[in-house]
Design a protein around this ligand. Structure first.
Ligand SMILES: [Zn+2]
Length: 57
């Protein structure tokens, strides 16, 4: 399953057995995204710039 990177538009390959809450990394820019929704038809992610609880920005 593929998802476009929110930052650079590259394709991020999301393993079919990945689960909500997992972090995927863009191979192009290295941005981290957390899977927030997943179904057979679509996948939604949100930026996860740092793994943790620091949401200073
Ligand atoms: Zn990217």
């Amino acid at each position: 399953m593929k998802k476009d990177c929110n930052d650079c538009g590259a394709e991020i390959n999301v393993p079919g057995d990945s689960m909500v809450g997992e972090i995927v990394t863009c191979p192009d820019c290295g941005a981290n995204f957390e899977i927030i929704e997943k179904s057979e038809l679509k996948i939604e992610v949100k930026p996860a710039e740092s793994i943790g609880e620091d949401w200073g920005q």
